[in-house]
Design a protein around this ligand. Sequence first.
Ligand SMILES: C[S@@+](CC[C@H](N)C(=O)[O-])C[C@H]1O[C@@H](n2cnc3c(N)ncnc32)[C@H](O)[C@@H]1O
Length: 282
Amino acid sequence: MEPPALHRIEHIAATHNAIRPKGHCDLSRNVSVTIPNNPIDVPTAATAAFIASNVPIAGTIVEIGCGSGHVAAELSKRGYAVAGVESDREAVSRARELDVNVIEGSWPDVDVERANAVVFTRSLHHISRLPEAIAGVRDVLLPRGTVLVEDFAFDEASSDAINWFLTVVESRQGRALISHSAGSFVTQLHTADDPVSAWHQDHDHDLHTFAEMTHEIGKFFAIRDTQHVPYLYRYLVPVLPETPEAAVFVREVYDEESQFGKSGEFSLTGRRIVAVDDTRSV
Ligand SMILES: C[S@@+](CC[C@H](N)C(=O)[O-])C[C@H]1O[C@@H](n2cnc3c(N)ncnc32)[C@H](O)[C@@H]1O
């Protein structure tokens, strides 16, 4: 009998046997028990877990570039006191609909209360004044506080990773679920003659590289950890319907990206930094 369409990414069998790690034959084993309801739940859970594992329970967090507020709302549910900072008015409105406490303004030109952690969630590569953005964290962080960065190394994305992502987009589930549109990045990649060039054309301008971000953070803080994590799966979220089926697809893609990263088939594009202010006593 044909397996349910969303319990297996068909493109693996069709096009990726060559790079499938030995013994990795049942993708559904990697999907954890909690079923997400909506595609955005998958990256939100991953980012919130990263933050929660580095901030004391019930601690205070400033999230810079909180966007529509999903991560902040999830952290609030977990008992943290979160203030979001966001420069885009529409995103501010959406975050407030989720009851997120958002300060509208452009970091570092905003006043916020001091906190145990300052978190940049996929925002730091955009913030034009990188040195001031990092220096400003010192004024907000409580002694012994933590700086967390969730971001990506766009310039280090490998052609193997980009080509893998395209096989996901073109898989049976991808074709069934993705709504292509002219303005979407997934559609640009999907229709490009040379997807690797299209990736670089879209990213190689006005964004900070991960090396630049790491360098700037290292000037003020002690970097305790950097991690390579799945990232490309995130691009699916805006082109999928807000359904549990689409959410399961995103989670399977997340699991597969993670698996291929671990087995060394391609390097992962997502990056995280954990840094602490160890220069001031409590
Ligand atoms: C790629 S989105 C990420 C949104 C959300 N954190 C997430 O992970 O989905 C980057 C966000 O950072 C915001 N942003 C960029 N520069 C900013 C700045 N200087 N101050 C505050 N927000 C900023 C943008 O408006 C955008 O909402």
